[in-house]
Design a protein around this ligand. Sequence first.
Ligand code: BES
Ligand code: MN
Ligand code: ZN
Length: 502
Amino acid sequence: MAKCTGLYGTPEKIAADVHVLYFVDDDAFFKKTADLLGSALKATVLDDRTKGDFTGAVDELLPLVAGDARYVLVGLGAKDALRAETLRRASGRAAREAARFVAQSLAVYFPSEEVVRRHMHLSFEECVHTVVEGTLLGLYKYDKFITKQPDAKKGLIKEVRFVAADEGFQGRLKSALETAVTVVDGVELARNLTNAPGNEVSAETLAKEATAIGKKLGLKVVVFGRKEIELHKMGGLLAVNQGSAREPRFIIMEYNEQKRRLPLYVIVGKGVTFDSGGLSIKPAAAMEEMKMDMAGAAAVLGAMQVVAKLKLPVRLVGLIPATDNMPGEGAMCPGDIIRMANGKTVEVLNTDAEGRLILADALVYAQRYKPTGVIDLATLTGACVVALASHATGMMGTSAALKDQLRAAGEKTFERVWELPLFDEYDAMLKSGVADLKNIAGRWGGAITAAAFLKAFVADMPWVHLDIAGTAMLEEATAYAPKGGSGVGVRLLTALFRDVAH
Ligand code: BES
Ligand code: MN
Ligand code: ZN
């Protein structure tokens, strides 16, 4: 990530290779930013919006070169339509445009206080957070395996200066910037893990990552190997791992666990480091995408890191059942009946419905904490992608309060969630003739029947399941996320725990 600093001043005074300026599609507000640019250029600029070259409309971008200085002007649109997400998107697009220049440093000037407070309904801190998120996440790239960069001079922003006009915000800028950078760091961790191929990230790698985070931030981290997993009778995790050449892990991370007065939440992340489907093998086309089947685990690792670093006043436990799903020697077979951690038996009719098997054991383990809430995140079903594409995470669960809190966090972060029903009638679709339940239902309602399966293992915990199959990996870039792992869940969970923590 680029080095970030907070400063006060105007483009005239601040040194940077590229300056990013936000414009509103409104005469008075437009003129304010145009004047700032004008005094830096010592010229009257853009005083004639009606010619239409650049009006401040949403999605407008104008790169300018003037002598040694470079500018990116970005439109936010009409003042009545301004939202946090408008600013986040504009920041991402402007940062990427700036990276097309031969430049190493960027100065980003926050929109005026009036625009932010009156029209976006954001506090100064929220504005800083939004701009920093959009800018840094927009600049993110996964290029660690590219040994030769095509043009070494471009796209190498090493430093970003976030600039406020008003000295009165001294201190507030610094702390808001630190918070935002911490969140972005967590998202980048999740994106890196999600993008990493299966030969880079195994169950063992996820465990090492958790241990490293624990060391750095003082979390208690315990990793179960095969032996402990057997002792805990986690038959789902063991069955999925049967066809693999690599050992499974069950990862437990605890933050503030001893602080009995604080509410305790458990977050569970599906950690399938590669999902071949097992013996019910997937078709070759697009199978490579299944390296991302640990995006739920990545979100849990990212969120644990952020919550601990921000020292939020909650108790938080992260659980990650981790393995790949392979068809190797010893692989579980369709028709196998397995026994889960709570003693329930499952008829495995499709080995590709593996996520629910490992999550079920983790949900049983979560019960020992008697949590105020448990949230699982999983790239669980293609059916959820069919229903919602990449624009919303599927949400199902038993706690109306937790669902409401997640909806609010989703609106705030634009990691939106959308509820699908979880009526009791769906339970019957999982009835097996030979075991307590089977791991797949019929063809219809696949996202819901997967959640109904999980519900059989949550007992009385207030629980929400988030199906991130569509949102965790983007087929196309958005304004502040390139194609590939999105890091979804980190900002959502952070916003949730910042809300419940006071
Ligand atoms: N990891 C997949 C779900 C998935 C599909 C995630 C597409 C992201 C994109 C999961 O393990 C799976 O294979 N689910 C099956 C379930 C089916 C066998 C009931 C599916 O969705 O096809
Ligand atoms: Mn699968
Ligand atoms: Zn899977």
